[in-house]
Write a protein of this length. Structure first.
Length: 276
C-alpha cells in the first residue's frame, strides 16, 4: 500500500461530515464506564478528546469539572460539539498532525472509537509518539483499537459472505413497521451497490504486516480501512514507543491479561510514559 493511502481515504470519508446524527449520542460501553470510574482523577484534569466526533464523551468529561478540549477532522462534527458542549474547547484538526494548534500538556488524552486505527502502521506509530509528547509525565493515554484476534477467529470472519449480509438485511427490513417497508426495500439495492463499489475500491489496499493487519471491514458499508492488532503486539508496540501498559479491557470491561486474545471486536488500553 502506498504510504498514507489508508489515512487519506479514511480522512476523505470522515471530513464529509455526513454522520453527525448517527454519532450524536452519549452511549458508553461497559469498558468506558469502568475507565471513567477508575481514572476519574486524571479525567478531571486537563483532558484532550481526539477524534471527538459528535461529542459522545465530551459531556461526561465536562461534568467531571476539568479543562476539556476536543479535536475532530469534520467541521460538521465540531460545529455540533460547539453548540452542544460550549464549556469544552473544540476545534477542527487532523489527528495526523495533532501537534499543530495543540498547546500545553494534558493529564489524559482519550482516543476512543479506535480513531488511531485510521492510519497505517508507520503513521499510527508516529501519532502515538505525538500523543505521548502532549502528555504530562504522569498523564494517561486511553485508547481503543480493533482486535486482530477477533478478526482472525473462524467464528467471526472480518468479511461475512454476501448471503449472510443479505439474510441479515432482510431480517432488518422485515422487523420494520409496514409503513417503513417501502423505503427500507429501496435501500437494500442501494446499500448493496455502495458496498460493492467500496469493496472494489478498497479491498486491494488490505494487507497483513506481521503482527497487525489493515482490513476493509464492514463499517459504513465497507467505506473504511482499519488497523487491527492483538493485545500482546500492542503492548510490545507501546513499550517500543516509550509507554508502559497500565490496563487492557475488552468491550464488556473484563481485564485482558498477557497471552489472552480478548473478547470482542475492540480492546481498550490505558498507557502512560514509561518510568525512567
Amino acid at each position: 500500500m502506498p504510504s498514507g493511502a489508508q489515512s487519506r481515504s479514511n480522512a476523505d470519508h470522515w471530513r464529509g461530515g455526513t454522520h453527525v446524527d448517527a454519532y450524536a449520542h452519549r452511549t458508553l460501553r461497559p469498558a468506558e464506564v469502568l475507565m471513567f470510574v477508575r481514572y476519574r482523577e486524571a479525567l478531571s484534569g486537563r483532558v484532550l478528546d481526539v477524534g471527538c466526533g459528535a461529542g459522545r464523551l465530551l459531556g461526561y468529561l465536562v461534568a467531571l469539572g476539568g479543562e476539556v478540549h476536543g479535536v475532530d477532522i469534520s467541521p460538521a462534527m465540531v460545529a455540533h460539539c460547539q453548540r452542544t458542549y460550549p464549556e469544552a474547547g473544540v476545534r477542527v484538526g487532523d489527528l495526523g498532525a495533532i501537534g499543530a494548534g495543540t498547546e500545553g500538556v494534558f493529564d489524559a488524552i482519550m482516543a476512543l472509537d479506535s480513531v488511531i486505527d485510521v492510519f497505517d502502521d508507520g503513521e499510527r506509530r508516529r501519532v502515538l509518539r505525538d500523543l505521548k509528547a502532549l502528555l504530562d509525565p504522569d498523564g494517561l493515554l486511553i485508547f481503543s483499537s480493533h482486535n486482530l484476534a477477533r478478526a482472525d477467529a473462524p467464528a467471526a470472519p472480518s468479511h461475512p459472505g454476501p448471503g449472510g449480509r443479505l439474510r441479515r438485511r432482510a431480517r432488518q427490513v422485515l422487523s420494520k413497521p409496514l409503513v417503513d417497508l417501502g423505503a427500507a426495500a429501496r435501500r437494500v439495492p442501494r446499500d448493496a451497490l455502495t458496498r460493492a463499489r467500496n469493496r472494489r475500491r478498497l479491498a486491494p489496499l488490505e494487507y497483513r504486516g506481521g503482527d497487525y493487519a489493515i482490513i476493509n471491514d464492514l463499517a459504513h458499508n465497507y467505506a473504511l480501512l482499519h488497523y487491527y492488532i492483538g493485545r500482546d503486539a500492542q503492548a510490545r508496540q507501546l513499550t517500543e514507543l516509550g509507554f508502559e501498559l497500565v490496563d487492557c479491557l475488552d468491550s464488556d470491561g473484563h481485564a485482558v491479561a498477557a497471552g489472552e486474545p480478548g473478547n470482542g471486536p475492540w480492546l481498550f488500553y490505558v498507557a502512560r510514559s514509561a518510568r525512567q
